[in-house]
Design a protein around this ligand. Structure first.
Ligand SMILES: Cc1ncc(COP(=O)(O)O)c(C=O)c1O
Length: 438
C-alpha cells in the first residue's frame, strides 16, 4: 500500500474513534531503538515511544531474540495449561514489587484489563463495592475503566456504571482548592476523608490512582500525598491500587515502580505498556491474601501467553542488567535541566513536571492567567514533526507535551532532542509574533 492508500483505508475501514496525531497522519513503516521511519523514508527521534510503551528501544535486539526463539517453540496454550514463560514472569515480578510484598499475578492483554481485574479483586476481597478514583485520571477504555477515569473526553457512551466517585487530585499547578504547596498542608489529600464520608457509603472497596497521572499530563503529587490518602482509604476498608501502566518499570528513575517514590506500599499494582515494550501484556499483581479472594472461574485466553510473557520477562531483565533505572534518573535529571532552560526562554511554557524519563511541559497563553494554550500545543507538535521529533500530547485541556523516550537513551540523545524541540518552540513563537504584528 502507498502512504495515501494506508490513510484512506484507515478512514474507510477503521472506527473513526481510531484517531491519529497531526493534520496529516504519520504513517510509520519501521523503527529501531530510539528512531522511527515514515513511509517517505524520513527518520524521527522518538521521544514518546508509542505512548510510553517503548521502554527499552524499538525492536530491542535482546528482547526480540528471546521472542523469536519462543515463537518457534510455543505460541499459545491459554491459561488452562501451565507454561514456563508465564511462571517465570510471575516469579520475576514477585521479586521486584515494593518490599517483595505483592507476590501473586494475573496476566491479561492491556492496562484496561489489568484495572478491571484489580477493581474486581478489590471488591471480592473487601466485600465492599465503591471505588474512589481521582479527577484528571485515566484508567482505560472498558465500561469500568472509563467509570474510574476522571476526564470527560475519555468517558464515552453515556452514564457510567455505578460505584465510582472522584476525589480531587494534587494538581499543584492548578490547585483545585486554590492553595499553594507547601503552605496548603496538602489539603487535597486530607479532603479524601470528607469525600468518603459524604459521597460514599463510608466503606469502600478501594482507591485507584496513578502515582503520576499520565494522560492527565504527568500531574505529579507532592511527596506527602499518597501516605495521607492511603491511610484514609485503609480506615474506610479499602485497598490501594497503584495504576503503574505509565509509571512502572523504572520510568520514573531509580525505582521499579512510581509509587515507591512516595514511600507507600500499595495492595495491588496494575501495569501494561512498558512491561512488554510493544507486546500486549497486562499485569495485576497483588498481596497474596488479596489475590486469593478472587475465587471462582475467570479466564483470560491470551493472558500469560508464552510469547508475550517471554517478552515481558526479557524487558525486566534488560532493564535490570543494563541498570536502566539509574539511567532514567540521571538522564532524566539532565533532560529536566534542558526543559527548565527552555521554560526560561519561552513564556508559553507554564510548568515543567514529572520524574525520571517521564517529563511534561504545560503550555499556557500567559503565565498570569494560566489559560491552557491548546492551539500552541498542536502547533508545537506539528513543528516537532517537521523537525523529525516525535513527542506526545496530553492533559485534560489538551495543552501538555509529554516526553517519554526509551530508558536506554544517552545524554547525547537529549541534546539532539533539545535542539529539535527548541527549534519547534522558536518556530511557533515566531509565527505567532508575525501573526500578531499583521
Ligand atoms: C495509567 C493508565 N492506565 C490504564 C491505561 C489503559 O491501558 P490500555 O490502553 O493498554 O488498555 C492507560 C493507557 O494509556 C494508562 O495510561
Amino acid at each position: 500500500m502507498t502512504k495515501q492508500e494506508v490513510i484512506l483505508a484507515n478512514q474507510q475501514y477503521l472506527f473513526p474513534s481510531v484517531f491519529h496525531y497531526f493534520k496529516e497522519p504519520l504513517v510509520v513503516t519501521k523503527a529501531k531503538d530510539q528512531f522511527v521511519w515514515d513511509a517517505d523514508g524520513n527518520k524521527y527521534l522518538d521521544f514518546f515511544g508509542g505512548i510510553v510503551t517503548i521502554s527499552v528501544g524499538h525492536c530491542n535486539d535482546t528482547v526480540n531474540q528471546k521472542v523469536h526463539e519462543q515463537i518457534d517453540k510455543l505460541w499459545h496454550v491459554s491459561t488452562v495449561f501451565a507454561n514456563e514463560p508465564q511462571a517465570a514472569l510471575a516469579k520475576r515480578v514477585a521479586e521486584i514489587t515494593p518490599g517483595g510484598k505483592l507476590t501473586k499475578s494475573f496476566f491479561t492483554n492491556s492496562g484496561t484489563e489489568a484495572n478491571e481485574t484489580a477493581v474486581l479483586t478489590a471488591r471480592c476481597y473487601t466485600g465492599n463495592h465503591e471505588i474512589v478514583a481521582l479527577r484528571h485520571s485515566y484508567h482505560g477504555r472498558s465500561a469500568v475503566a472509563m467509570a474510574a477515569t476522571g476526564q470527560a473526553s475519555w468517558r464515552l457512551g453515556g452514564p457510567a456504571p455505578s460505584g465510582f466517585v472522584h476525589a480531587i487530585n494534587a494538581y499543584c499547578y492548578r490547585c483545585p482548592l486554590s492553595l499553594t504547596y507547601p503552605s496548603c498542608n496538602v489539603q487535597c489529600a486530607r479532603d479524601m476523608e470528607e469525600m468518603i464520608r459524604t459521597s460514599t457509603s463510608g466503606r469502600i472497596a478501594g482507591f485507584i490512582a496513578e502515582p503520576i497521572q499520565g494522560v492527565g499530563g504527568f500531574i505529579t503529587p507532592p511527596k506527602e500525598y499518597f501516605e495521607i490518602v492511603a491511610a484514609i482509604v485503609k480506615k474506610a476498608g479499602g485497598v490501594f491500587i497503584s495504576d503503574e501502566v505509565q509509571t512502572g518499570w523504572g520510568r520514573t528513575g531509580g525505582k521499579w515502580f512510581g509509587i515507591e517514590h512516595w514511600g507507600v506500599t500499595p495492595d495491588i499494582i496494575t501495569s501494561a505498556k512498558g512491561l512488554g515494550n510493544g507486546s500486549p501484556v497486562g499485569l495485576t499483581v497483588a498481596r497474596p491474601e488479596i489475590a486469593d479472594a478472587l475465587k471462582g472461574t475467570t479466564i483470560s485466553t491470551f493472558g500469560g501467553n508464552p510469547v508475550t510473557a517471554t517478552a515481558a520477562k526479557a524487558v525486566i531483565d534488560f532493564i535490570d542488567e543494563n541498570k536502566l533505572m539509574i539511567n532514567a534518573a540521571e538522564t532524566g535529571a539532565y533532560l529536566r535541566g534542558k526543559l527548565e532552560e527552555m521554560k526560561a526562554k519561552y513564556p508559553i511554557i507554564g510548568d515543567i513536571r514529572g520524574m525520571g524519563l517521564m517529563q511534561a511541559l504545560e503550555l499556557v497563553e500567559d503565565r498570569e492567567s494560566k489559560k491552557p494554550d491548546t492551539q500552541a500545543t498542536l502547533a508545537v507538535m506539528e513543528a516537532a514533526r517537521e523537525n523529525r521529533l516525535l513527542i506526545g500530547k496530553g492533559g485534560t485541556y489538551g495543552n501538555v507535551i509529554r516526553v517519554t523516550p526509551p530508558l536506554n537513551i544517552s545524554k547525547s540523545d537529549v541534546d539532539d532532542f533539545t535542539l529539535r524541540l527548541d527549534a519547534s518552540f522558536k518556530h511557533v513563537t515566531a509565527t505567532r509574533m508575525a501573526g500578531a504584528a499583521r
